[in-house]
Write a new protein. Structure first.
Lengths: 161, 161
DNA sequence: TTAAATACGTCTATTTTAGTCGTAGATAGA
DNA sequence: TCTATCTACGACTAAAATAGACGTATTTAA
């Protein structure tokens, strides 16, 4: 459950790879597929997305490739996901302005407010986490959780049978 | 993206419904399907899961039904999801003890550590959020985000084209 | 004895995600 | 100018996860 999207992983792989390079040096998609075994077309598409959003600069033609142009400290993980997957919608009844794609239960639903709460807080969480923070690995713990021992009780449980 | 699981929604619907009742009064699945239009079999299964985990008490036979037995303040949203969906695995390479279901990229992957970081922090987030807190709607904001204006910059963007 | 409920294994349909194919366009260098 | 090598992108197919249905057994109050 709650699996991270594969495209987003490829984005992280690419960004991590490019970060370790001297400034100005380009990276081709082929290079990424050879190093990490990620599928060419998909990775290519992801890089194109990031280029469109201004995170990368693309250079076409022979000896072309991609290059990071934006400070990864200024890009939240939320942004990264949104660039690749579009805006986050935690449930069917959100962002569905009109009738289209709305939830068939919505009229009688008693948890719209809770779900909106969840959506808000989850977005907050993702926006608060920068891509640089993630890639640099200094994400041990928020330290915020010293008070949560009250909740930990029921946490050990197996898969539903 | 990041859509909440439907079964979990049905669980919340059921719990919210039962919370509004006088103690001792039972709730049938049929009652839930009539009130909220959620599918009978699925909702039934979800309630069975919650009963097995001790959140609900089930009474069989005619005039049977379900009843909340555990303090929802002591159940994290993480727990609720885990009861219904099993343990959270943010990526293929996690919790896959042996060769089975492991990521085909794992040997060369350069982002295992970042992904583990994400996993840890996300679990922390979900464990820190109680079901009661969610259902009662007092989940405005964590107030923790006053420092995140630096990140908000790139947040307005449309779907990938 | 019966009606109404939970319990649960298995199956099918739908939706989402992952990955491929084919082609067009840019550019450095021979 | 021609070619190798790259990005750009629309459309398509395959695989996996999610959502839901069916069938049947068991429990229990009336
Ligand atoms: S169930 Fe309620 S909350 Fe979930 S999508 Fe439908 S309406 Fe929104
Ligand atoms: S890509 Fe890297 S992080 Fe993601 S699953 Fe495979 S190994 Fe784990």
């Amino acid at each position: 459950m709650n699996k991270i999207n594969r495209k987003v992983e490829y984005a992280l792989i690419g960004l991590k790879h490019m970060r370790g390079k001297p400034p100005g040096e380009l990276t081709t998609v082929k290079e990424l597929t050879l190093h990490y075994g990620c599928p060419f077309e998909m990775t290519s598409r992801v890089m194109q997305n990031l280029a469109q959003k201004g995170v990368l600069r693309s250079e076409q033609g022979a000896y072309g490739g991609y290059q990071i142009t934006k400070d990864l400290n200024r890009i939240s993980f939320y942004d990264l996901m949104a660039m690749i997957l579009g805006p986050m919608a935690v449930a069917k009844c959100m962002h569905s302005s009109e009738l289209e794609s709305a939830c068939e239960i919505r009229e009688t639903c008693n948890i719209v407010s809770p779900v909106q709460t969840l959506s808000r807080r989850l977005a907050e969480f993702y926006r608060d986490l920068t891509v640089a923070e993630l890639l640099d690995g200094r994400g041990g713990s928020t330290g915020k959780n010293l008070k949560s021992s009250v909740v930990a009780e029921a946490s050990m449980m197996a898969e539903p049978t």
